[in-house]
Design a protein around this ligand. Structure first.
Ligand SMILES: Cc1cc2nc3c(=O)[nH]c(=O)nc-3n(C[C@H](O)[C@H](O)[C@H](O)COP(=O)(O)OP(=O)(O)OC[C@H]3O[C@@H](n4cnc5c(N)ncnc54)[C@H](O)[C@@H]3O)c2cc1C
Length: 378
């Protein structure tokens, strides 16, 4: 068994940012990632993906993204940035090292990896959500004649040209995948079961996230009320497109329900043109068709489930019940938890952008971790 002052699990944006901040606070963290590179999850995202949040508000602490990346960096640029970030701060994760469990060990923790175990006072869980794709099931799915895949397995529209593709779920991934399919000559239909919130990615030529940052100290209800008329004007009426607008404003939706509104980059215009169809919830699959909740049945060749993620960290953290809710999701992120020495970074959605929140959370967690170690030594 070995020991480390701190252990960071994950070498994605949250893990790298936190490791950098721990170093800055004078600690020497061990970083473990089960993949064999930094930013492994970003390497797997679909090809056309660009950040939906602007470069200026998406950088990690201590190293801005190069201006040459433009306002919304591509997936490849973001991966390159993560590589250069690790290099700039000499962060050297132990790759191909999955953490199997984190158990209580006296006042600290024992981190079990495939390679052995490490004793530490501080554990930062920065494992993201990618391991927990949520794929609902419907009657008849197993007999459906075409592919059914989760959005996290979608790469590009090439296999779908000329095909009728059902995209289930109208979040950011569903909207962008439907747009991708449409632009590649497929016939996408979006299945939208619940009321939605759609925002333009840019407003008056500026990233909408900048407005959210400027309003971050306002109560959510007030900020939503101020923004509502402008957003309505910018987005246009959604009801004629078959979309129901959620009762809660976008900021309340994120803060209260952890649901991120759609930052539209073109799907809405295609819905308006009739090139992306909108239907309600899925009732069942047939061998070559899908029946919707209203009884309408339409033919489809493939289905992509953009139905999100449901992280459950109970198996990883069997002794940390105080830090998790009944479904295994972190109760708090980016600050001390009810389990001394255990932290999460990047685990909860933020109205001002997840990456921006990761940068803030990394700094806050590193400071709390350093304080805990100092107090432990005193
Ligand atoms: C398609 C998509 C687009 C997004 N776009 C934006 C955007 O534009 N702006 C924004 O602010 N946010 C965006 N987000 C949200 C968020 O910023 C990203 O998901 C971000 O990658 C989260 O970083 P992370 O480090 O928490 O998780 P990840 O990037 O998922 O990294 C987690 C790492 O942990 C490792 N890991 C997991 N389990 C273990 C284990 N048991 N042992 C060892 N290693 C482990 C994984 O291999 C991985 O490398 C997007 C999310 C998605 C899914």
């Amino acid at each position: 068994m070995s020991s480390a002052e701190a252990v960071v699990i994950g070498a994605g944006p949250a893990g790298l940012a936190t490791a950098q901040q721990l170093r800055r606070a004078g600690l020497k963290p061990a970083i473990f990632d089960k993949a064999d590179t930094v930013g492994a999850v970003w390497r797997r995202h679909y090809d056309r993906l660009h950040l939906h949040t602007p470069r200026s508000l998406s950088g990690l602490p201590g190293l801005p993204m190069p201006a040459s990346y433009g306002r919304y960096p591509s997936r490849a640029q973001f991966v390159e940035y993560l590589e250069s970030y690790a290099q700039a701060f000499a962060l050297e994760p132990a790759f191909a090292t999955p953490v199997r469990s984190v158990r209580r060990a006296g006042r600290g923790w024992r981190v079990e990896t495939g390679e052995g175990s490490v004793e530490t006072a501080i554990v930062v869980v920065a494992t993201g959500w990618a391991d927990f794709p949520h794929s609902p099931t419907w009657p008849g799915m197993e007999a459906f004649g075409g592919p059914i895949l989760h959005s996290s397995a979608y790469r590009n529209a090439e296999p779908y040209a000329g095909k009728r593709v059902l995209v289930v779920g109208f979040g950011n991934s569903g909207a962008e995948i439907a747009l991708d399919l449409c632009e590649a000559g497929a016939e996408p239909t979006l299945s939208v079961r619940s009321p939605v919130r759609v925002l333009p990615r840019d407003l008056f030529g500026l990233p909408i996230l900048g407005f959210a940052v400027a309003q971050r100290f306002l109560p959510a209800r007030i900020a939503d009320a101020i923004n509502a008329p402008i957003i309505r004007l910018a987005v246009g009426p959604l009801e004629p497109l078959g979309l129901e607008v959620a009762a809660k404003g976008p900021i309340r939706m994120i803060k209260e329900d952890g649901r991120v509104p759609v930052l539209d980059i073109g799907a809405l215009a295609k819905i308006r043109d009739g090139r992306i169809a909108v239907r309600g919830g899925v009732a069942r699959f047939g061998p070559h068709s899908v029946t919707f909740d209203d009884g309408v049945c339409e033919p489809f060749d493939a289905a992509i489930l953009a139905t999100g993620f449901k992280p459950d960290l109970r198996a990883l953290l069997p002794d940390a019940a105080g830090a998790l809710d009944a479904d295994g999701r972190p109760l708090v992120s980016d600050r001390p938890t009810a389990e001394p020495g255990l932290f999460f970074v990047g685990a909860i959605a933020s109205p001002t952008g997840q990456l921006r929140q990761i940068a803030i959370g990394a700094a806050r967690v590193a400071e709390a971790a350093a304080r805990r170690l100092r107090e432990g030594r005193a």
